[in-house]
Design a protein around this ligand. Structure first.
Ligand SMILES: Cc1cc2nc3c(=O)[nH]c(=O)nc-3n(C[C@H](O)[C@H](O)[C@H](O)COP(=O)(O)O)c2cc1C
Length: 183
């Protein structure tokens, strides 16, 4: 049986990112029938410009790669920090490149915001969801999770330490996998 493939898109571009660590820990919550890989870094995509997404001026190679990675995935998992009460500009930029391609249209998507603050990046989530809706993603609940105090959630070796949060993550992943099988 071909494993079901999930594409993870991280909104962080930091080397020591807590969102990256979280995505690594989430891999252990996947069923054996599913795999997860990471998209190219959102900072590798050039600034969105519809003029460079035309027949006579096709999208840059990094954009084509990003779109292909989404197309090849049965589902997409976005995990992002919050900056200045919104999602990082680099993540919004990456999502803007998928408008004309329709890459995320009808795609099962789950979104996580993770923050060292008690708010869990709730304002980033609030700004992300209208964009994902505009892109035509399928996100019936439970498809979203705001994770507070992310810096206290992982052990030094990267394991999830909070049973309640682990259970919520497990529910999110199980639901995403189920939707990818039967969208
Ligand atoms: C300039 C700046 C602005 C930030 N703004 C917010 C914010 O509005 N809300 C929030 O929850 N965290 C905010 N943070 C904290 C980041 O979310 C935190 O550094 C987080 O660990 C970054 O994610 P990462 O570890 O995955 O790279 C901000 C950090 C910086 C440096």
């Amino acid at each position: 049986m071909v494993p079901l493939h999930i594409l993870a898109i991280s909104g962080s571009v930091r080397a020591a990112s807590s969102n990256h660590s979280l995505l690594k820990a989430i891999v252990h919550l996947l069923p054996p029938t599913a795999t997860l890989s990471y998209s190219i870094g959102v900072d590798q995509l050039p600034p969105f410009n519809p003029d460079h997404d035309q027949q006579d001026s096709p999208a840059p190679e990094a954009v084509a790669t990003f779109r292909r990675q989404i197309a090849d995935a049965a589902a997409v998992l976005i995990c992002t920090p919050e900056y200045a009460f919104g999602i990082p500009g680099t993540l919004k930029n990456a999502l803007d490149w998928t408008v004309s391609s329709g890459s995320l249209n009808d795609k099962p998507v789950a979104a996580i915001t993770a923050s060292p603050l008690y708010t869990g990046g709730d304002k980033a989530m609030a700004s992300l969801l209208p964009t994902l809706k505009a892109l035509g993603t399928l996100m019936p609940e439970p498809s979203t999770l705001c994770i507070p105090s992310v810096n206290k959630l992982l052990s030094p070796d990267g394991a999830l330490t909070d049973p309640a949060m682990t259970a919520q993550l497990q529910q999110l992943i199980d639901h995403l996998v189920a939707r990818a099988i039967m969208p």
